[in-house]
Design a protein around this ligand. Sequence first.
Ligand code: C5P
Length: 224
Amino acid sequence: GDPILVAIDGPAGSGKSSVSRASADRLGFGILDTGAAYRALAWIALQAGVDLDTEAAVVQLMDAWAFSITMRGEQRVTVGLAGAEPIDATAAIREHSVSGQVSRVSKHPVVRERLNEMFRELVAASGLPGVVIEGRDITTVVAPDAPVRILMTASAEARASRRAGELEGLSHAQVLADIAARDAKDALVVDFFNPAPGVTLVDTSDLNFEQSVQTVIDIVEAVR
Ligand code: C5P
């Protein structure tokens, strides 16, 4: 049958990605990082010289792109355009330059619809017992009927310190400003600060990594 879905949304640096991944591993589920798809699309559009602000141009690029992402084990992301060898973009999509540009592609409604279709297909074809799917609009748009829906938040300070540890060479203040700017742009398109009805709010500000993972596992076990 269809995999059990665990939908997790949240802002940048909420711990969502790493907590989702660890929870999925422990549950024996796969993980679908939807932000990686938005990043890969922004990255290939930048490579191809496509104007990220022009929806039709990005949609046209999507007709020719091939995207793949591993849903078990270490994440690998590959992207290609018709007729060309797919390129491993796992590291490239995490670069600061991509983080700064990605909101320009994710703001387009048709781009979002296309990606959402792709996410549902990836889940359905995964053959996995369950999938943790994480992003910004999973609990509300991509999988509103998921048996588990979580909005993971953390204070701006907690989020900036976690990210600062990941991004070398950037000051705490710069990381804080970058996250706030990206969240502000993204929040114009989807609300990932307030839980929709029926969505469980998990605030990780005062939780360590292990406690955050355990909180997710407990919520999943309660419905299993
Ligand atoms: O989760 P991550 O920070 O990697 O997401 C990168 C970007 O992808 C976000 O800043 C946002 O613009 C976009 N995104 C989105 N909807 C999702 C997941 C990510 O708009 N479900």
